[in-house]
Design a protein around this ligand. Structure first.
Ligand SMILES: Nc1nc2c(ncn2[C@@H]2O[C@H](COP(=O)(O)OP(=O)(O)OP(=O)(O)O)[C@@H](O)[C@H]2O)c(=O)[nH]1
Ligand SMILES: [Mg+2]
Length: 345
């Protein structure tokens, strides 16, 4: 965006009070814009940090307690740290690896004060997460792109699609939604409501119709209207793995055949409050589809945020976005540094 609408030289040529007023006004606009962008950054950190407060208490709070109750570094201390990570849903395999690396580093770096362990532990958690996936960005380039959203009932699929549509639209992209959850009329209505809120069109058929047909029509429309991002909702009935597989496979075939040029994301939505259950869901969905990333919702309501670590390190699923509340601003990109700081401070 052009902040100064004229160059300083042009102003020089024509120094009138009126011009000076305009320059002053434009300078003020620039300042406000800068202030707003800083505020936005601050509010991103704040939102994630606030959202993760229960998890922070569960991990960082307990680590502090254990560390301050030990005068020296010994196996008992490592065992207690291990227990904290396991009970915080970090996952057994990852926890073992983290603690093993921590022991090794403490020995090599000749650490003797238990208080110095916390920072090392924080670094080891970050390292293992960093080394488990290529990156955490939602890939929407090159345009056009298609995001297929999957996950079981109630995890937050439709709400997340609504928030995503709203944010992408606001960032200047054209967005189209496909009501691929045709199981209940209410699911279609809910997506329509979000479409209205985000000012984004929704392609929908009647309740009970074939989801693959809805997505077929949506792809046709996305092509005709040069849409940047098509986001498809799906139903998440998991009572039978082969049913789920059949339904998803039909959708995948339509997407592959009708939209080969699109950049694709298959995003699994998981509800962080369900802890180990979310891990089990991820395993099933990974078996039946090529999940490209996870959006972890409801982190604001749980102390189980450690599952982000297990998902990324044990299932190699990159966390792409996180939900830290019900509002449109509460869907945030997953930034590893911010996440680690938020749970360790
Ligand atoms: N606190 C909180 N609530 C959330 C978040 N994300 C979603 N929700 C809430 O979770 C509930 C279920 O969300 P839906 O979007 O309807 O879930 P769904 O996966 O589409 O559910 P089905 O269509 O029944 O399969 C709603 O009340 C949402 O407001 C979040 O990040 N934080
Ligand atoms: Mg839904």
């Amino acid at each position: 965006m052009g902040l100064f609408k004229r160059t300083p030289k042009e102003v020089d040529k024509n120094v009138k009070d009126q011009d000076l007023n305009i320059v002053a006004q434009e300078g003020e606009e620039l300042l406000n814009e800068l202030k707003n962008s800083t505020k936005k950054k601050d509010s991103f950190f704040e939102k994630v940090k606030n959202g993760l407060s229960k998890t922070r208490k569960n991990i960082s709070g307990k680590i502090d307690d254990v560390i301050s109750s030990h005068r020296k570094i010994d196996d008992e201390l490592f065992d207690e740290l291990e227990e904290i990570l396991i009970t915080a849903d970090v996952g057994i395999v990852s926890t073992m690896k983290i603690i093993e690396n921590l022991k090794e580093r403490a020995k090599n770096e000749k650490i003797t004060d238990p208080h110095d362990l916390k920072n090392l532990l924080k670094e080891e958690v970050k390292n293992i997460m960093l080394n488990s996936v290529d990156n955490n960005t939602l890939e929407l380039e090159p345009s056009p792109s298609l995001i297929l959203v999957v996950g079981v009932n109630g995890v937050g699929k439709t709400t997340t699609i609504g928030k995503l549509a709203y944010n992408l639209k606001n960032s200047g992209k054209s967005v189209l939604l496909a009501a691929g959850d045709t199981f209940r009329a209410a699911a279609i209505d809910q997506l329509m409501t979000w479409g209205n809120r985000a000012n984004v069109e929704v392609v929908a058929h009647q309740e009970g119709s074939d989801p693959a047909a809805v997505i077929f029509d949506a792809i046709k429309k996305a092509k005709a209207k040069n849409i940047d991002v098509l986001i498809c909702d799906t139903a998440g009935r998991l009572h039978n793995k082969s049913n789920l597989m059949n339904e998803l496979n039909k959708i995948f075939r339509v997407v592959e055949k009708e939209y080969p040029e699109a950049t694709k994301e298959i995003i699994l939505i998981l509800d962080a409050t369900t802890g180990q259950n979310a891990i089990n869901q991820a395993k099933v969905f990974k078996e039946v589809s090529n999940i490209t990333g996870v959006i972890l919702t409801k982190l604001d309501g749980t102390a189980k945020g450690g599952i982000a670590i297990a998902l990324q390190t044990e299932l190699n699923l990159p966390i792409k976005l996180i939900g830290v509340g019900e509002g449109v601003e509460d869907l945030q990109p997953f930034d590893l540094d911010v996440f680690i700081d938020s749970i360790f401070e």
